[in-house]
Design a binder for this molecule. Sequence first.
Ligand code: NAD
Length: 482
Amino acid sequence: MIFGATGDLAKRKLFPSLYRLYQEGRLSERFAVIGVARRPLSNEEFQKNVKDSVLTALGEAGDISEFITHFYYHSHDVTDSSSYLSLKEMAQKLDTQYSLAGNRVFYLAMAPEFFGTIAEHLKMDGLTDVHGFKRLVIEKPFGHDLESAKQLNKQIRKAFSEDEIYRIDHYLGKEMVQNIEVIRFANAIFEPLWNNRYISNIQVTSSEVLGVEERGRYYETSGALRDMVQNHMLQMVALLAMEPPIRLTTDEIRSEKVKVLRAMRSFDGDMVNEFFIRGQYDKGVMDNEEVPAYREEPMVDPASNTETFVAGKLLIDNFRWAGVPFYIRTGKRMKTKSTKIVIQFKDIPMNLYYKPEQTLNPNLLVIHIQPEEGITLYLNAKKTGQHMNATPIKLNFSNKGVHGINTPEAYEKLLFDCMRGDATNFTHWDEVALSWSFVDKISEVWENTKAQNFPNYKSGTMGPKEADQLLEKDGFFWWPVT
Ligand code: NAD
């Protein structure tokens, strides 16, 4: 059941992902999808919507006619108690028709204020009363702060146990985010160096070129800290910093990630502005076009204090990472759209190739998450010619180059994981709670002290100068790697 089946997420991601799974033979013939949304639609109209969205997303839809016959529609206001009973009847009928053995996945692709209500109704009206498995997939944001997240968790836990809850963080479905653990734990050359003796700092950047677009109303209550740092950025840091799990099971991996979040130093009061930088975009020129400032966007307060950019320095106080800064940075209307991780290794003890005009670059391992997917290792090698000069070289692995096809969309992988009952790439409640308690202390300071310098970065740049100074103070800079 997809709640919010006429929405943007369902159209752009969920239907095309289901279709791909179907094409690859990963969905059995015995499946049915009930789309739930407010608008009245017939099954045929809904099936046409599904077909159109697959065509728009994938550009082709060969054998789609059989696929769409599996889609049914239920017009339903999720706040109206009475319509859950007819939804239940429909589900029972389809269960028999397709011999589904009572296995159900409920996907909440709706505005977060409905998450708790829907979960409560599913239980109360008997939709979760099944012989097979029942799973709840829940979109972000999971709460607005720790308190509201706890409240939401309490509501959904009335109907589903922790291991039946699949909290989506779509970054965890990305090929190269999943690759972090393989690069680390399957290579003898990295894991021995993966600590404070050999790594000087780690930089995680997730930059967008788009502005807030039509999402002004939501974004005003969120900002970059809640929208990106609490979930995606901290999840990437946890994967980079965790200890090797004893096994690759859901519980073991999650428990190692939780330990990282517990070891993360928390900042409050004056320390917040020392370790974290906030920014808001001003107008600027991008792609030869003038774009408006955040405060001029629709549904945005003209004196808004909401941050569209965050940079921060994280410290993980454990044996492996003591003294190694993890710098994170994310924002809208930045120069490029890119998510990357740069691991900067320490300098060698003595540089035999020193020349006043040329210093040796440190070794860098770059993990390209999106839009390119791959790994680059920066080394120093001999410059061709008579002298023994060193010059930087790049070893490149590009995912697309090797496989020649697009890698599976994150949602496709996550939907498949959920159907198989593998929750490894979804966030556990303990991770959500720890991330919120870290982020809440920062929001508290920022909400109580209005930013005097907003807007403080031009659209089309890499953020405010304070974000550069954050690293300069430590003798580093953001690597402009490609
Ligand atoms: P949307 O506004 O496009 O769609 C909302 C859907 O909910 C529509 O189908 C609408 O009919 C339905 N709906 C609204 N009120 C209803 C009610 N009372 N009863 C029944 N149905 C109702 O939203 P969206 O962009 O698809 O986002 C859905 C969720 O996914 C949100 O939690 C969002 O944060 C999350 N999300 C979306 C994206 C994206 O790319 N769109 C990305 C990440 C996360």
